[in-house]
Design a protein around this ligand. Structure first.
Ligand code: SF4
Length: 222
């Protein structure tokens, strides 16, 4: 079922090829900067760091927090995010001596626990980093995923992060490329079609969606 949903989404929207970013550090920085804001705002802050040749753990550590905050102003909550970025880069130095290959070779549990121990890095951001930067097969769960799969009738709306991530990893083979594409497709589906007020009539999942079928019955009566 989950693979057939993926196939329909990719056929409808096309491959999304996430995450935009040329390096592991750029992807990590983007994952922090996009917290609580649109990708457009985060991307502009990433570009500023890139243009100033500051997308390395050492450069970010060496910047004072105010300067870094000013550089990433467009991403919103810039002081908080400056602190988080510096904490993430300190972690990479303390644990891996800035060696991304060593970091990538660690197991998922060690990395996830380490990332979650950093102030301001929650489960979604940690999994963005694990999946897109370090290419680990973890499924990123966000509000779009919860909304779509609860409407489909496959999961409860208010299930825990773990309930959702277990649901995907148990039912879809462990593959970071597949997981990355799947999450990206859910984001576009949740923002373009399965919105807070869903556009069920034009949805590529309508015939397999419990909520969509109910909505269509209701709209045909009205
Ligand atoms: S049919 Fe409607 S509720 Fe179901 S996934 Fe599509 S847009 Fe969402």
């Amino acid at each position: 079922m989950l693979l057939s949903i993926f196939n329909r989404l990719i056929e409808h929207y096309g491959p999304q090829n996430w995450w935009p970013g040329d390096t592991v550090i750029e992807i990590m920085v983007g994952a922090v900067l996009t917290q609580a804001t649109s990708w457009k705002n985060a991307e502009s802050a990433v570009e500023t760091l890139k243009t100033n040749n500051l997308l390395s753990p050492k450069s970010i550590r060496n910047l004072d927090q105010n300067t870094l905050g000013n550089l990433i102003y467009s991403s919103g909550y810039y002081n908080v995010k400056a602190k988080r970025l510096k904490a993430l880069m300190n972690y990479i130095y303390d644990q891996f001596n800035d060696d991304i290959e060593t970091m990538s070779s660690c197991d998922i549990e060690t990395l996830r626990n380490g990332l979650l121990s950093i102030h301001g890095i929650g489960e979604e951001t940690a999994d963005d980093i694990l999946l897109y930067a370090l290419e680990k097969p973890v499924f990123v769960i966000d509000s779009y995923t919860k909304r779509i799969f609860s409407r489909l009738g496959l999961t409860p709306l208010h299930g825990s992060y773990k309930l959702y991530s277990d649901f995907f990893t148990k039912n879809v083979c462990l593959n970071s490329k597949l997981y990355g594409e799947y999450h990206a497709l859910l984001v576009i589906h949740g923002s373009a079609t399965c919105k807070p007020i869903p556009k069920c009539k034009e949805c590529c999942l309508l015939d397999v969606c419990k909520t969509g079928v109910e909505n269509m019955k209701f709209s045909s009566i009205c």
